[in-house]
Ligand binder design. Structure first.
Ligand SMILES: Cc1cc2nc3c(=O)[nH]c(=O)nc-3n(C[C@H](O)[C@H](O)[C@H](O)COP(=O)(O)OP(=O)(O)OC[C@H]3O[C@@H](n4cnc5c(N)ncnc54)[C@H](O)[C@@H]3O)c2cc1C
Length: 420
């Protein structure tokens, strides 16, 4: 496509929380089309194969029709070619399976010589990016978008020593993974006030991209504050056994109460919930906690990622508060909102987050590639944008560290002023 991407990454290599993933949704892929296209009793239309349209309606229905229909159409409709594209760049899929009673569309990656499938995915992908000559700056934080006349003109980044890097670019894709590791941010935008929530994954997601977009005038999508729950996770070590430790004294009353409820449940029909007055657990699941030993641990509500974020249109272009496109600004992965209502659709689109992370990047680049190729034909003279001029213009001019600015000008971003 003629693009020359520059990656700014705060960690010391490629991966992010994506290395935790195991698989992604795939619809009407060669593994899930024709006679392999699954039927799914939980589908919007259970009598039709679970292809793009059926899955889209099922997910939109699950999300109470909050997300954007067109964005879904582009996302789900592109999965097919994205899996081919990934395979063309060295990613291998080990299996296509179902999660629980869901449809068989979870495309699980091969883990090669790595401890995890996601780790191997990113190991291969990182190598491929290097082979393709992608210019990457690791241990470097994206800090601020450079805006000129309401359009994106690049980004300011900073390395760990405080050196500032300026990248000129008519297109910036924000993908900093949401705000899972910033509980203040999460509590600020969500109904979730549970102090026992626990983010899984890499500690690198502080909401930086969302804040940068907000500073540049971006609106937030409905569903801000939604997280991808994964179930209970232990908080700290499992250290106490209730039969022996002092800690167990605190739980003895609870255990006694529960055991009494179990005794009351003993003569009831298995579906009867009356014995457990507190939680309404069915009688068939009420088993007394007897002599033990049992291991005690504190659990919290674990979550993999936040899913709500920047408002984008069907091309993942960022929208401002008037619903207008901010030229040149795109968002993807967990920074972009608009795909979920109030929870993750694991039963209907298992792996939709990993699939979204990859597909949202491709929606950006494919469309922008066409745009830029057209623009490059019109390119005249871009030599007016030298580094002396760069350090004097733009929002960084008032930055006390402006003297540290180092201009980066990837050749393909050398477009006429106003391109964006
Ligand atoms: C244990 C675990 C298992 C999971 N399993 C699955 C699964 O099987 N299927 C699925 O669909 N989803 C799964 N998820 C969710 C999935 O990981 C995320 O949805 C996905 O990684 C989001 O991609 P992303 O690119 O938006 O964010 P990330 O993968 O987190 O990448 C964001 C990147 O931005 C970088 N960054 C942050 N701030 C800055 C900054 N200021 N400047 C520069 N760089 C910055 C981070 O360092 C990071 O590398 C799982 C998550 C976890 C934690």
């Amino acid at each position: 496509m003629g693009l020359k991407p520059v990656v700014i990454e705060r960690l010391s290599g490629y991966g992010g929380s994506f290395i935790g993933t195991e698989g992604m949704t795939g619809l009407e892929i060669k593994y899930t089309s024709g006679e392999n296209c699954p039927m799914f009793a939980g589908a919007y239309n259970p009598n039709q194969p679970y292809g793009v349209k059926n899955a889209m309606n099922t997910c939109l229905n699950f999300h109470h029709w909050i997300p954007q229909h067109k964005l879904y159409e582009n996302f789900f409709g592109q999965m097919n070619e994205t899996i081919d594209w990934l395979e063309g760049h060295g990613i291998k899929f080990a299996d296509v399976i179902a999660i629980g009673a869901g449809p068989k569309i979870w495309h699980v990656y091969d883990k090669g010589d790595n401890a995890s499938p996601g780790g191997y995915f990113m190991q291969c992908f990182g190598k491929e990016a290097e082979n393709l000559g992608v210019e990457a700056y690791f241990d470097t934080y994206g800090r601020k978008l450079i805006m000129e006349d309401g359009k994106v003109a690049g980004v300011l980044a900073e390395d760990e020593k405080g050196n500032v890097l300026k990248v000129e670019a008519p297109v910036v894709v924000i993908a900093t993974g949401g705000y899972s590791n910033n509980s203040e941010f999460l509590y600020g935008v969500s109904e979730t006030k549970n102090v026992n929530i626990q983010a899984l994954g890499m500690d690198c997601r502080d909401g930086d991209g969302i804040k940068m977009a907000k500073d540049a005038g971006a609106d937030m999508a409905e569903g801000l504050g939604t997280v991808m729950w994964c179930g209970p996770v232990t908080l700290g070590a499992i250290t106490a056994t209730w039969t022996t430790d002092a800690y167990s004294a605190g739980v003895q009353a609870t255990v006694d109460q529960y055991n009494q409820a179990c005794a009351a449940a003993a003569g009831l029909d298995g579906e009867d919930t009356s014995a457990d007055e507190e939680f309404g657990k069915r009688a068939k699941y009420m088993h007394a906690v007897d002599a033990g030993p049992y291991w005690l641990c504190e659990v919290g509500d674990g979550y993999y990622t936040t899913c709500g974020g920047i408002k984008v249109n069907e091309k993942t272009q960022v929208l401002d508060e008037n619903g207008e496109v901010i030229p040149g600004l795109y968002a993807g992965g967990s920074d972009a909102g608009g795909l979920y209502g109030d929870s993750y659709d694991v039963k209907f689109a298992p792996g939709s987050q990993a699939a979204w992370a990859v597909n949202s990047g491709r929606l950006d680049q494919r469309r922008e590639g066409v745009f830029r190729l057209k623009r490059e034909k019109q390119m005249s003279d871009c030599s007016d944008r030298d580094s002396d001029t760069l350090s004097k213009e733009g929002p960084q001019a008032n930055d006390p560290r402006a003297f540290l600015l180092q201009s980066r000008k990837p050749s393909s971003t050398c477009l006429p002023r106003g391109a964006g």
